[in-house]
Each structure stands twice: as structure tokens, then as C-alpha cells.
Design a protein around this ligand. Structure first.
Ligand SMILES: [Zn+2]
Length: 152
């Protein structure tokens, strides 16, 4: 299953970060799911709970999911636009889920009909934040994400 590969890859990436930062336990992982790929949050969570048991230090990890709406910008006329997944036929929606780039076949710039546009936001999935326990207290790393939080 596609979600399985994604969730498994996520835990592996988190494990690498855990080792690099010398964390004993990972308290929480915040993952952003882009609208373009449309990963089902409940399925993702279910698989995550399964996958995390296979990695040391993830037993109690809390998964926080955030959804990022898709945003496109036309290279020809500069129009910024969105799309409504709900309006796409199921089969097309599924194609995009597996291979996000295929959305260029189905979507055009609403202003000039060009297919030459950029996916500005909402593509793929990524780890936004990992909060871990080092043994001396909590350690939060927000990477290049500006909106850090108090993880005291
Ligand atoms: Zn355009």
C-alpha cells in the first residue's frame, strides 16, 4: 500500500534524526500532508502506529498531522490558483495520489489555460517538527520552520 511506504519512510527519516540528535525517545512528530497527494490521515495514522513499534524509542510517539492546501502559480500569466480535489473524478484523483506530476495532465491555469505552472504548496509530505527526550529534558527541532513552539 502506498500509505504504508510513506509512513514507513517517515519513521525511518525520523529515526535518522533521532540518532543524529542523540534522542532517547521521540515524544511527537508533526507531519505535513500536502493536498496534492491526498494521503488519508486515518490510514496514515493507523500505519504509523504499526510501523513505530518496529523502531526503538518510538513506542510512545504522538503523531500530529497537518494538512497543507495545494497552491499553484502559472508561469505564463502569473495567476495563483487552487484546486478542489472533490471535483476530480475518483480515477484521476487516484492517479495524482500516486504520481503527483500527473496533475498537469488534468489541470490548467484557469486564467490562460496554460499547463505550464508550478506547484507552490501542498506537494508531498514532510516532517515539520520532531520533539524528543534527550535524558536531560525535551529537545525540539523545528528545522527551517519559523513557527517553533514551546516544548519545555
Ligand atoms: Zn495562466
Amino acid at each position: 500500500m502506498h500509505e504504508w511506504a510513506l509512513s514507513d519512510g517517515m519513521v525511518r527519516a525520523a529515526h535518522k534524526i533521532k540518532m543524529e540528535r542523540g534522542l532517547k525517545e521521540v515524544v511527537s512528530i508533526t507531519v505535513v500532508l500536502g493536498e496534492v497527494q491526498d494521503i488519508a490521515p486515518d490510514i496514515f495514522t493507523e500505519i504509523f502506529d504499526e510501523v513505530k513499534r518496529q523502531q526503538d524509542g518510538f513506542e510512545g510517539t504522538k503523531l500530529v498531522l497537518e494538512r497543507e492546501p495545494a497552491e499553484f502559480r502559472c508561469h505564463q500569466c502569473g495567476e495563483a490558483f487552487h484546486f478542489d480535489r472533490g471535483l476530480l473524478p475518483h480515477e484521476i484523483s487516484e492517479n495524482i495520489h500516486f504520481v503527483p506530476e500527473t496533475l498537469r495532465v488534468y489541470i490548467r491555469c484557469p486564467a490562460c489555460q496554460s499547463e505550464d505552472f508550478e506547484i507552490v504548496k501542498g506537494r508531498g509530505i514532510y516532517i515539520k517538527e520532531i520533539v524528543g527526550e534527550t535524558g536531560d529534558g525535551l529537545d525540539a527541532d523545528t528545522g527551517d520552520v519559523a513557527e517553533g513552539r514551546d516544548a519545555r
